[in-house]
Design a protein. Structure first.
Length: 243
């Protein structure tokens, strides 16, 4: 118990520190990016070729900062009833170019109606799902597949993200989602941890299944807030309206 408390305190201090550093660094970064963008548009400049490179590296730094910020402050800002299907379509549109760039096929098998509502913070959910799908794409070699299956089962909706990537062994699987665990050169080891925390804050669960050299499936379940198509079945007890 004592150990737990000390660890929690350490975690809070670290989280606070991460947030303040991230805030401080993000401001100058945004300014520099703005100026570079302007200089890039100045076509006469002989340094043209460098601007794209510098801008892309700055973008990467920005990603790291954003990961740290959401790691430190994952609380849900605006919880509302969100159409899950709409949210998933936005994510797929966002990630298709990313998959194409890596030579990965992004497939979908969606078996829910567009009335299905979940009670979440729209942007946070998007961020979490993007993280999971990005990891799947990054683990998958050229020509491989990443497949999103969305299914409903009584009061839960589950999003399975499967990849034909490198998979994980038992040891790796036990480390996924722990702070700073990464096997990538340019990884932060924060994405999964942040995403799991976001899903859990929405009363959801995350589970992994993986086989080394075969692939991984991450399953994200969320409670269904309402699904018009099934309201006839759930409306039995007048005093217990399903809302
Ligand atoms: P990062 O992506 O920055 O490395 P994450 O927290 O998102 O950090 O992921 C941590 C690690 O978990 C990754 O570096 C990778 O080794 C492993 N991982 C996550 N998702 C998958 C996946 N779908 N297949 C194989 N390994 C994965
Ligand atoms: Mg990641």
């Amino acid at each position: 118990m004592q150990e737990e408390i000390i660890r929690a305190e350490k975690f809070n201090t670290l989280a606070g520190l991460a947030a303040s550093i991230a805030h401080e660094v993000r401001n100058p970064l945004t300014v520099v990016k703005g100026f570079l963008q302007l200089m890039k548009e100045e076509k006469k400049d002989s340094n043209q070729q460098y601007y794209s490179l510098v801008l892309s590296e700055l973008g990467r730094a920005e990603n790291i900062i954003n990961d740290y910020l959401s790691f430190a402050k994952p609380e849900l800002k605006s919880v509302e009833d969100v159409k899950l299907l709409e949210n998933i379509h936005e994510i797929l549109a966002l990630l298709h170019p990313y998959a194409i760039k890596d030579g990965v096929h992004l497939n979908e098998l969606i078996e829910i109606s567009d009335h299905l509502l979940v009670r979440v913070d729209r942007n946070q959910l998007k961020q979490a799902l993007v993280n999971f799908v990005k990891n799947a794409i990054e683990a998958t070699p050229n020509g491989g597949n990443v497949t999103l299956v969305v299914q409903k089962s009584s009061d839960l909706v589950t999003i399975h993200i499967s990849d034909t990537g490198k998979g994980m062994n038992k040891e790796e699987l036990s480390r996924i989602g722990t702070l700073f665990y990464t096997t990538k050169d340019k990884g932060t080891g924060l994405g999964t941890m942040v995403s799991i925390r976001i899903i859990e804050a929405m009363r959801g669960t995350v589970s992994y299944q993986s086989k080394e050299f075969v692939g991984t499936t991450v399953s994200i379940s969320l409670p269904i807030r309402r699904d018009e198509t099934s309201s006839i079945h759930t409306f039995k007890d007048k005093n217990k309206q399903v809302i």
